[in-house]
Design a protein around this ligand. Structure first.
Ligand code: ADP
Ligand code: MG
Ligand code: ZN
Length: 608
């Protein structure tokens, strides 16, 4: 069906038109009728009016039952009156003799032509209703446009680089991913090179990785580099209200792609349609399955040598249907992981090009302080820094801006006017120094970078930042245990100094428990269970949720083991603090005074 070019005027437009029409009718027609309003008077008044010379015109109708006359009232305005016609032989004389010039006529009532009345009472209303009906039908059609354009895919087509304007130069780090994609770009440029030797390129490549690592960006860069038509569609766009339409869209997308080959089809967030079949909990998974089946069929059906390459991106690869991943479909999997130290530095530099920088900036330091940040986080940090510079009326971004914006991303903005009593401030200062001291006195933990007790909008009342000198890829059992001890250090200091405990350690407790659990159930770091996997990660890239894979008895033992681990780490923290009581006091007082201290200041006092 031909898709209609619909103007898409909102319904309100028609309402307004009708409203105006009604108002116009009211303003023009009704007063005209009103003016003609006829007042009924008795015959005496009529005679009276003749005598006073007020009557201007008289009409007597054929049946002689009514007289219609125009007369002036007291104010001198002419009005129409009617009166019952008496059998008055004198009337004509009376009128004739009247001092004023009365024109009097006998009228034959207008015989409405039957055609006209038919027109007025039937044809016009019907025409109006028909017109309204048409209008409504048009409206409905516009609204349900999807139904009419059954199965049209609304894939955006980028044909030229200029339309997206992204190239591989915009993607920093991710060298392996770029390399894998470069091959695809090269194939699309020069397919003969590959077919001559008999090589076929994978039909599809799946970009997998945590959110914000640049998967969508990479696909756009491929479009920019390949200079072939690029169909981009998000998985959620296949999810339709009506069964069968998602499948029809897939069909249409591939039909278009086949016509435009060589080209690239990019399906973003493919997990929306590519979920494992049969685990749809309720409602509408039939539709999703149909869509997925259609996608599988289409992927089998076309010839890769024609040069249609399918890219897809997801951050939940484990939820994808296995059929999608088998050879011949998305057989190439391109990991797009969180950037390492060098990657972060490169990404920072790419984004820093867009802002004005003050002097030379030490990007390595920023990259070091942002372990675990994604490309999107880093882009955000650079932008936050620029905003901060503007806020402070400066024209360029400084190192301080960047450092401060890391904290904004991690912990939120400073809450300068938060109401915190001196007593609470003191507790917070000891808590943070507790963390820092325990960290500093253990050989296996990262150096303290900064300690602050300025509250943040994230709810943190203070924090201790540790920054590793090198990129860490592995964590030893001793390191993991040190981290737990460091996390318990805050609470330990509160206990030792104030002999009471506060809710301030809630976040520490959560983190410590997570590490301890992982040590026992996933890292094989407990003596009791050894190298047994007791939990499986269900959501590798999104928060790393886990689910237990063991019996209830084992679960109980795991809990015991976790509790034991944390207890002994806590004990270690307490003993470290006891041994360094004077330093704890000295540093806490110093922090209370300064509110924020650097790692160097901290070490200087500690080693004094
Ligand atoms: P994803 O699709 O993996 O969730 P995006 O591709 O949408 O992430 O990335 C979001 C933004 O983060 C990008 O627009 C870009 O500004 C920034 N970004 C992410 N990774 C990189 C990178 N490797 N190089 C440069 N910028 C990046
Ligand atoms: Mg994306
Ligand atoms: Zn704490």
């Amino acid at each position: 069906m031909e898709e209609e070019k619909n103007p898409k005027k909102p319904l309100i437009f028609y309402y307004i038109i009708s409203l105006i029409a009604i108002l116009l009718l009211n303003a023009i027609v009704v007063p005209a009728v009103m003016r003609k309003r006829v007042t009924e008077v008795d015959y005496g008044q009529f005679l009276n009016a003749i005598e006073r010379g007020r009557v201007r015109r008289v009409e007597v109708d054929e049946t002689q039952t009514h007289i219609l006359f125009v007369a002036e009232d007291e104010a001198g305005t002419e009005k129409v009156y009617t009166t019952a016609a008496m059998n008055d032989p004198d009337l004509v004389n009376r009128l004739y003799n009247s001092s004023t010039n009365i024109s009097f006529t006998r009228v034959v009532p207008k015989q409405n032509s039957p055609l006209l009345s038919l027109l007025l009472t039937w044809i016009i209303p019907i025409l109006i209703f028909w017109g309204l009906g048409q209008l409504l039908a048009r409206q409905l059609q516009n609204r349900m446009g999807n139904v009419m354009a059954f199965g049209k895919s609304n894939a955006k087509i980028y044909v030229e680089e200029a339309q997206v304007g992204k190239t591989f130069a915009d993607v920093a780090g991710q060298d392996e991913a770029k390399e894998a994609l470069t091959e695809i770009v090269d194939f699309l440029h020069d397919p003969e090179k590959y077919t001559a030797i008999g090589a076929t390129l994978p039909k599809g490549a799946l970009l997998v990785g945590p959110p914000g690592t640049g998967k969508t960006l990479l696909a756009q860069a491929v479009a920019g580099e390949a200079k072939v038509p690029f169909f981009s569609i998000s998985g959620s766009e296949f999810v339709e209200m009506f069964v069968g339409m998602g499948a029809a869209k897939v069909r249409d997308l591939f039909k278009q792609a086949n016509e435009k080959a060589p080209c690239i089809v990019f399906i973003d967030e493919i997990d929306t349609i590519g979920k494992k079949r049969g685990d749809g909990a309720f409602g509408g998974h039939d539709e999703r399955e149909q869509t997925l089946n259609q996608l599988l069929t289409e992927m089998d059906g076309f010839d890769a040598r024609k040069g249609v390459v399918i890219l897809a991106a997801t951050n939940r690869p484990e939820s994808l249907d296995k059929a999608l991943l088998r050879p011949g479909r998305f057989d190439r999997r391109i990991p797009v992981e969180l950037p390492d130290l060098n990657g972060r530095e490169a990404i920072l530099k790419v984004h820093a090009k867009k802002v004005k920088l003050e002097g030379d900036i030490d990007f390595t330091a920023i990259a070091r302080a942002t372990a675990g940040a994604s490309g999107a986080d880093l882009a955000n940090i650079v932008n936050e820094a620029a905003l901060r510079a503007v806020r402070e009326n400066r024209t360029a971004v400084s190192q301080r801006d960047l450092e401060e914006s890391i904290e904004v991303i991690v912990a939120g903005y400073e809450r300068k006017n938060a109401a915190i009593s001196p007593k609470e401030k003191e507790i917070i200062a000891y808590h943070e120094i507790g963390h820092a001291l325990v960290a500093a006195k253990q050989t296996e933990s990262a150096p303290v970078h900064k300690i602050t007790i300025v509250p943040r909008t994230s709810g943190a009342l203070g924090y201790t930042m540790q920054v590793d000198v090198d990129e860490r890829n592995l964590m030893s059992k001793e390191e993991a245990f040190s981290r737990i001890a460091t996390l318990t250090g805050g609470r330990a200091a509160e206990q030792l100094i104030f002999n009471s405990i506060t809710t301030g350690a809630a976040n520490d407790i959560e983190q410590a428990t997570r590490i301890a659990r992982a040590m026992v159930t996933r890292f094989g770091m407990s003596d009791v269970f050894g190298m047994t996997a007791l939990e499986t990660v269900t959501n590798q890239y999104l928060g790393g949720d886990t689910s237990l894979a063991c019996s209830a008895e084992t679960a109980a033992k795991i809990d015991e083991e976790v509790i034991g681990l944390i207890k002994s780490a806590h004990e270690r923290a307490i003993s470290i603090l006891k041994d360094n009581m004077d330093k704890l006091h000295e540093l806490a007082q110093y922090l209370l005074d300064k509110e924020t201290i650097s790692g160097e200041e901290f070490m200087e006092i500690l080693n004094r």
